[in-house]
Ligand binder design. Structure first.
Ligand code: ZN
Length: 209
């Protein structure tokens, strides 16, 4: 398995990451990468989010979800949890998740934070309706995945998202069923490149105005 090295140029501003710890619970071993991902989402600075290692998550490696009880308190009191499978299972091997290359972890967490951004823009009723749709209809599942990737790209995580996608799709040791699911439900690497291009173009246009 060829693992790409983390690319420091993706994070040129060596800002203080401590300010992104507020209201977050992060296991020490993945803390740095989680904080880098969080630093791209200043809107989530005060939002309570717990990052929780799980032994097994059905059909996925990470999963962002609202804490159900917090939905009742209204939009401002919402809290979220990102479940993280402690093991990255391949067909012939198992890797502890924290041993994945940094850029892959940042991309993956960045995608999950994109889901939380998407949730933040939904009403309580919308969240419940979405929750029901999410589990039953592939169409709404795909819509949610596209939204999460789009948030991540627009928050400057495009290069990481691309790394993560290529890592999954090019990994010959991943179960075919999983790769097919990713190809079906998620934006393709080409879609992401296209999105990054559009974002760059919009930035240039904005600078000229
Ligand atoms: Zn997702």
């Amino acid at each position: 398995m060829i693992l790409s090295q983390s690319n420091l140029s993706k994070n040129p501003s060596n800002q203080n990451l401590d300010e992104f710890r507020y209201n977050k619970k992060i296991p020490k071993i993945i803390e740095h990468n989680v904080l880098i991902a969080l630093s791209h989402y200043p809107e989530l600075k005060n939002t309570p989010i717990s990052f929780v290692f799980k032994k097994d998550i059905k059909k996925s490696v990470m999963q962002a979800q609202p804490i159900i009880g917090s939905l009742l308190g209204g939009k401002d009191s919402r809290a979220y949890r990102i479940n993280i499978s402690s093991m990255f299972k391949l067909t012939h091997s198992v890797t502890p998740i924290h041993q994945l290359p940094d850029s892959i972890m940042i991309g993956w967490i960045g995608h999950e934070l994109g889901h939380i951004m998407d949730y933040e823009h939904k009403s309580t009723f919308g969240m419940i309706a979405f929750g029901l749709g999410y589990f039953f209809y592939e169409k709404s599942l795909k819509k949610a995945e596209v939204a999460a990737d789009t948030y991540a790209v627009n928050h400057g995580l495009g290069a990481y998202i691309l790394d993560t996608k290529r890592f999954i799709l090019d990994n010959s040791d991943l179960p075919e069923v999983y790769k097919k699911r990713i190809a079906r439900l998620y934006l393709s690497p080409d879609d992401i490149v296209e999105q990054i291009k559009k974002l760059e173009e919009a930035k240039i246009k904005g600078a000229i105005k």
